[in-house]
Design a protein around this ligand. Structure first.
Ligand code: SF4
Ligand code: SF4
Ligand code: FES
Length: 468
């Protein structure tokens, strides 16, 4: 380890670390725009300037290798004066857009400007006007007036997603981020640039003007849309900002998804399927009413009918859900595992136009917990010719015709397709209405928290198995 001091505090840096990296790892905040731990060093924003005791001038700490015995000053009047002038330069043409900008409340430029500048612009020139809504792709808009040319977005598309979607063209005050010709393809990871842009230049078309971020709060969850199981945050409305009618439905709405950094699973990134997870939560047509042969019933009647069917069955079977949590799978195994023939299946298959698999994050198995299902029950597709007379189906998107003539007890979160109804339908909660754990394709266990209360008419599958 390399010993140095930053602001008179002794810190240790790992070989190859820069002063900024050592500072951040030791809890010393040095402002930075262009530095990102997973991208190459650009060193172009200059806000991370520090002084080395005994040497003239100022140095960008993101590009300064830590060396033994170095004495760094990152919080003194000289350094803060440099930061102030850099912020005055960065805001020279930046519009006073904060009241209408989606990034307000989580914008580095806003925060640093408040902390290190706090004075009106000294310029008497009118601000340069630029294009406000430049379409990057079908999901993202660029407000060029807000861009500080840190190049994080450009480096992401070159170094991480590899799409080469963006570049910076021209020079001086004509410099701007452009969509490049060769980047004509849609980038399946493009929404990461919205999250990593340090200012409000890159805007999600989906989230545009939907809410001020300070009305919202993140809840730790897991993306269930492939077996990578990326760590995500689901943003919901805070309790103290709940709306009364009209608009009360927004209190139970997922507003947006962001990546939750998890170095072992997804780093700081997600694919766009993950960023769209809130739409899946909001737009799902939920199964909310218990049914007997298609007709609405009470929960008691539905459970009694399911018990009767299983009790009277000569050859009952069950199909377990690859969307069930580890806790639910254990509850299923102890309650029903020995009395039924257990089959497994993929609840979700790749959809048309969806990237099936790649080298970065996306996995071909579009289910979050196949690893645990296979570890407990093996891989056993349903055998329609095995002569089962009753099948308990746990999970969604089931074609009852594939179950032959067996009577169906269906535990579903989504409204089943029209057509032949199940003999018994019991609505169950989604993963966002309970806590639990998934195990991803590599055996990494990841916890998800409850985001919303479950509707009264649905049951948690884990509570249900013991009652059958
Ligand atoms: S759009 Fe954002 S991330 Fe891209 S260069 Fe501009 S400020 Fe940086
Ligand atoms: S890679 Fe898989 S788990 Fe990760 S965000 Fe995309 S769909 Fe979700
Ligand atoms: S963070 Fe160091 S120059 Fe931008």
């Amino acid at each position: 380890m390399i010993e140095l001091t930053i602001d008179n505090k002794a810190v240790q840096a790992e070989p190859g670390e820069t002063v900024l990296q050592a500072a951040l790892r030791n809890g010393i905040e040095i402002p930075h725009f262009c530095y990102h731990p997973c991208l190459s060093i650009a060193g172009n924003c200059r806000i991370c300037m520090v002084r080395i005791k005994g040497r003239p001038g100022f140095h960008p700490s993101c590009n300064l290798p830590a060396a033994p015995g170095m004495e760094i000053e990152s919080d003194c009047s000289d350094v803060n004066a440099v930061r102030k002038s850099i912020l005055q330069f960065a805001t020279l043409n930046h519009p006073a857009d904060c009241p209408v900008c989606d990034k307000a409340g989580e914008c580095r430029l806003q925060d640093y400007n408040f902390k290190y500048n706090g004075t009106p612009s000294p310029s008497i020139e009118p601000k340069r006007r630029q294009r406000k809504f430049y379409q990057i792709n079908s999901r993202i808009m660029l407000d060029r007036e807000r861009c500080i040319l840190c190049s994080r977005c450009v480096r992401f598309t070159k170094e991480i997603s590899g799409s080469g979607l963006l570049g910076i063209v021209e020079r001086a005050d004509q410099s701007r981020v452009e969509r490049l010709e060769q980047g004509g393809v849609e980038d399946p990871y493009s929404d990461n640039i919205i999250q990593s842009c340090p200012v409000g230049a890159l805007l999600s078309r989906d989230f545009l003007y939907k809410s001020r971020v300070w009305y919202l709060e993140p809840v730790a969850s897991v993306c269930p849309r492939c077996s990578r199981g990326c760590s995500v945050e689901v943003w919901r409305r805070q309790k103290q900002w709940q709306l009364r009618a009209p608009g009360a439905d927004k209190n139970h709405m997922a507003y947006r998804i962001s990546a939750r950094e998890n170095p072992e699973v997804n780093g700081p990134w997600l694919c766009n399927q993950g960023f769209d997870l809130h739409q899946v939560i909001n737009d799902s047509v939920r199964a909310l009413a218990p049914r007997l042969a298609g007709a609405e019933s009470t929960l008691q009647d539905a459970l009694a009918a399911a018990q009767r069917l299983l009790f009277e069955a000569e050859k009952p079977a069950a199909i377990v859900s690859a969307w069930g949590s580890n806790e639910e799978l254990a509850a299923f195994k102890s309650a029903l595992g020995s009395s039924l023939t257990v089959y497994t299946r993929a609840d979700r298959e790749p959809e048309a136009g969806e990237v099936v698999e790649d080298q970065l994050l996306i996995k071909a198995d579009k289910n979050p917990n196949s690893y645990s299902v296979e570890a407990i029950f093996g891989r056993r597709p349903f055998a329609a010719d095995a002569g089962h007379d009753v099948v308990l189906v746990w999970g969604d998107l089931v074609d009852y015709a594939s179950l032959g003539s067996a009577k169906v007890i269906h535990l579903a979160t989504l409204e089943p397709a029209a057509g032949r109804p199940a003999e018994v339908l019991v609505p169950i909660s989604t993963m966002f209405e309970r806590t639990g754990h998934y195990t991803n394709f590599e055996g990494k266990v990841n916890r998800f928290e409850q985001v919303f209360e479950k509707p009264e008419s649905v049951l948690h599958a884990g509570d249900l198995f013991g009652r059958l």
